[in-house]
Design a protein around this ligand. Structure first.
Ligand code: NAD
Ligand code: MG
Length: 407
């Protein structure tokens, strides 16, 4: 049987890697739908190459997309804007939805795919940060399957007992933290490469450029996640993501710096055993794991030569060097809409840094100041979350505009 796959955010780094894997297994997967926000030429190219039946594009770009098709594949259906994206995410013809959109923009389509009961392979972590427990509850209601594509969370999935994996993600039931003990699980350990500034003197972080920050030593990813890796906000977001996916309290999620990016995460059991997943740092591995689940199929990645690995290092992260980690942990403990505020403020601050309006070290400062201004609400339904997201963006933008020395 062939699975019909929809890729949201098909022109990005996750999209590219997903297509690579699908093209290696054309007998098993077919592309049903693709989405992109703006890179019309690129989307047209991959729509033709993959034989997609439907595409979703940013509002007002349908004509431009048709022109870019240049007379090829004229029967393709084109939808646009937020409504088009939502429609694509829930179309009954496709069973599998890969979420590769960056940021909070992926929240509504992710929820739509979950509510439609699909097999949802989640790379887009920001929606899980904003309302992860609610998304998991929706999955339990609709019968959706959730499989993490984020390399750390996919590694954790692989190290969990099959029974726990099945009831928490594959056929989610009502999440409850007590099940961890039943399975002898003590904690989850997420590894972090430490990004490009791990060995930089803290005092010099003030002067780093967006180009330096985006140059990740191990992974080739989109700009926003690359900057998040440099501040280690990415690991903070992943901590909150792990709590939601595995119904685990923040205190049971540990973060360790592992510069070689070979061990992608670990699970610690009550007998003292640690199970780890190791692989080359290549996103096609978690993607193929999730697409093929429970089967193991080839990813095309380079094999690890264990005899050649040499030393693997692990150490505690320095929260003075990476203040975003502390902010994210505090927010994870607070709950409610605090993670929504953290996420939106971070998106605005990262954008301002990329556009040269603030310094690298100001990313955490503006996130911190925003968190201090906005009240945390306990209610976390979609409407409230979208309102808080919007309001936070305005507050952080105002803070940046009114700060001395910012443009
Ligand atoms: P990217 O910037 O390379 O691609 C983003 C995609 O989202 C593009 O297709 C773009 O058109 C689309 N998009 C952007 N803004 C949009 C909007 N407002 N509405 C609809 N679509 C929009 O990003 P990426 O590196 O592929 O990351 C995607 C997501 O996956 C992020 O949440 C990231 O944290 C997560 N992730 C990525 C990697 C990786 O290796 N790149 C690894 C783990 C997790
Ligand atoms: Mg990750």
């Amino acid at each position: 049987m062939t699975d019909q796959v929809t890729i949201l955010g098909a022109t990005g780094s996750i999209g590219r890697n997903t297509l690579d894997v699908i093209f290696r297994h054309r007998e098993r997967f077919q592309v049903w739908g693709l989405s992109a926000q703006s890179r019309v030429e690129k989307l047209a190219g991959i729509a033709v190459e993959s034989g997609a039946k439907v595409v979703s594009i940013g509002a007002g770009r349908t004509r431009e997309f048709r022109c870019a098709l240049n007379g090829q594949q004229t029967d393709i259906r084109v939808v646009e804007g937020e409504a088009g994206l939502k429609h694509l995410a829930e179309m009954p013809e496709s069973e599998v939805v890969v979420t590769g959109i960056v940021g909070a923009a992926g929240l509504v389509p992710t929820l739509s795919a979950i509510r439609a009961g699909k097999k949802v392979l989640i790379a887009n972590k920001e929606p899980l940060v904003m309302m992860g427990p609610e998304i998991m509850r929706e999955a339990a209601l609709s019968g959706a399957t959730v499989i993490p594509l984020d390399s750390e969370h996919n590694a954790v999935l692989q190290c969990l007992p099959v029974s726990f994996r099945d009831e928490s993600l594959i056929c989610p039931t009502n999440p409850s933290t007590s099940r961890l003990e039943e399975h002898g699980i003590e904690k989850v350990i997420l590894t972090a490469s430490g990004g490009p500034f791990l060995y930089f003197p803290t005092e010099e972080l003030d002067n780093v450029t967006p180009e330096q920050a985006a140059a990740h030593p191990k992974w080739n990813m989109g700009k926003k996640i690359s900057i998040d890796s440099a501040t280690m906000m990415n690991k903070g977001l992943e901590l909150i993501e792990a709590c939601a996916l595995f119904s685990i309290e923040p205190s049971r999620v540990e973060i360790v710096v592992h510069p070689q990016s070979i061990v992608h995460s670990l699970v610690e059991y009550s007998d003292g055993s640690l199970l780890a997943q190791m692989a080359s740092p290549d996103m096609r591995i978690p993607i193929v794991n999730a697409l093929g689940y429970p089967d193991r199929i080839s990813s095309g990645s380079e094999r690890l030569d264990v005899g050649q690995l040499g030393v693997l290092e692990f150490k505690e992260p320095d929260e003075r060097h990476f203040p975003c980690l502390r902010l994210a942990r505090e927010v994870a403990e607070t709950g409610g809409t605090a993670p929504v505020i953290l996420n939106a403020a971070n998106e605005i601050a990262v954008d301002a840094f990329c556009n040269g309006r603030i310094r690298f070290t100001q990313i955490s400062e503006f996130v911190d100041r925003t968190l201090q201004i906005l009240p945390v609400l306990i209610r976390r339904d979609l409407e409230t979350v979208l309102e808080v997201d919007l309001k936070t963006r305005r507050v952080t933008k105002d803070l940046i505009m009114s700060a001395p020395g910012t443009a």
